[in-house]
Write a protein that binds this ligand. Structure first.
Ligand SMILES: [Zn+2]
Ligand SMILES: [Zn+2]
Length: 74
């Protein structure tokens, strides 16, 4: 059960070359002297860079109402 991730760099993908996925550059890119860019297979390389939807969910602690009023009189 080997999970072969098909994450190859851009160039290897275009050239259909075997990418050894070396970091920061694979051997092919080193030889070609180009920038080694790894792209994810699922997401298409969009042009909009910087469009980050960071949904920060703040886990606000449940408001603890501490009523420290102890009326022990009467
Ligand atoms: Zn490569
Ligand atoms: Zn590469």
């Amino acid at each position: 059960m080997e999970k072969m991730s098909k994450t190859v760099c851009k160039l290897c993908r275009q050239r259909k070359t075997r990418c050894n996925r070396k970091l920061p550059k694979c051997d092919y890119c080193v030889k070609a002297d180009v920038e080694c860019q790894y792209v994810k297979d699922k997401s298409k390389p969009g042009l909009r860079a910087g469009y980050v939807t960071a949904l920060e969910e703040r886990l606000s602690t449940s408001s603890s109402f501490v009523q420290g009023s102890t009326n022990g009189g009467l």
